[in-house]
Design a protein around this ligand. Sequence first.
Ligand code: FNR
Length: 414
Amino acid sequence: ASIFGDGARGRMPVVPSSYASLEAAAAGALSPEAFAYLAGAAGAETTTSENRAALDRWRIVPRIMRDVGERDLSIELFGRRYPTPLLAAPIGALSLAHREADLGIARAAASLGIPYIASNQASIPLEAAFGATPGAPHWFQLYWSSSDALVASLVGRAEAAGAEAIVVTLDTHLLGWRPRDLDLGYLPFAHGLGIAQYTSDPVFQELVRARVASRAAPERGRITIAAIRTLLDLSLAHPGSIGANLRSPIPRAAVDTFLEVFSRSTLTWPDLASLRSLTSLPILVKGIQHPDDARLALAHGADGIIVSNHGGRQLDGAIGSADALPAIVREVAGRAPVLFDSGVRSGRDVLVALALGASAVLVGRPWVYGLAVDGARGAETVLRALVAELDISMGVAGVRSVVGMPGGTVIRRP
Ligand code: FNR
């Protein structure tokens, strides 16, 4: 109603309502390098388009005469009630999008009671982002570092700062092949933009000190790390060549240490027990696309599943995330919440994912673009629009509640 009211007074929205226009507005607001990092994906980016195609294949079958005067969008997760079925997906290096970065999205999410999931690659330490929105729901997303001590420290910090769940992202044990980033010198890494969680960590600081003291530079031989290292060397040799408006506030030794400890490609399911032993918080495994992996995650102590392919940023040629969802929901069979992301662009998409059995939906690029266009206000506008479109779509489709939608709410296009 306030949109119509504003329109009547001649006030036009700053943040466009359609995703295509929103993305174009973000592209206009950002440097080409920053936009490339946020929008880009793995390989020829076919998985990003497949994420869309997979959601679009499901069509809603509207029902009428069902008294939809009151719609209930609330859900319960791990004993806490949330007013909407949305979460803000963990996104790294947000200072590329806007100077408010993680504080912007933490505030936007808090204003709607939506959980803010602090990324392991955040631009602002988790304590600062959580501290800016006291009482709001906060989760922490972990990348499983090759350093056990760093994993323990990060999880301990998150718990001490009031995180209510740990999301461990397990599809990024190697960084995907991302041509747009490779061609632009991996700007965020080169400039240390997504390593605030690390540089604020006492264990990481000790690792950097030890590295400087020993002057050791062990080569890990991982192809993407080698590629990033080469491009990093190039960017340091030609400081004007990329991201000329950004200066690295981070010493080279810290960036090198980060590249070494960022991930661990040798993980197997039994390792999950060691993470389980570090915390009593619920652990959600993010990056599941196969029903057997969902089963294994639960068997090894996970409390929730996040069906995600990282927005197509990890494996080009992978299936659309919504194509993975129904079989995983069947496999989990209500034993744990199944959250969903990758490709969600509208309230209609949220409705489809929920109708396919998702317990909640993570939103990624849409709010990042809102943040890019208008800071916290822009991110909040995008989230509010998603909730409003979900609410309206439910009403028009004859659906009263986001929980337990009747079978047949969506059908696959023949
Ligand atoms: C991500 N994603 C991500 N995931 C994660 O677990 N930790 C992270 O630090 C990041 N960083 C990140 C940066 C950027 C720029 C993007 C676009 C994505 C993945 C994110 O959490 C989510 O899975 C996807 O964004 C979902 O896909 P859509 O909705 O963006 O298509």
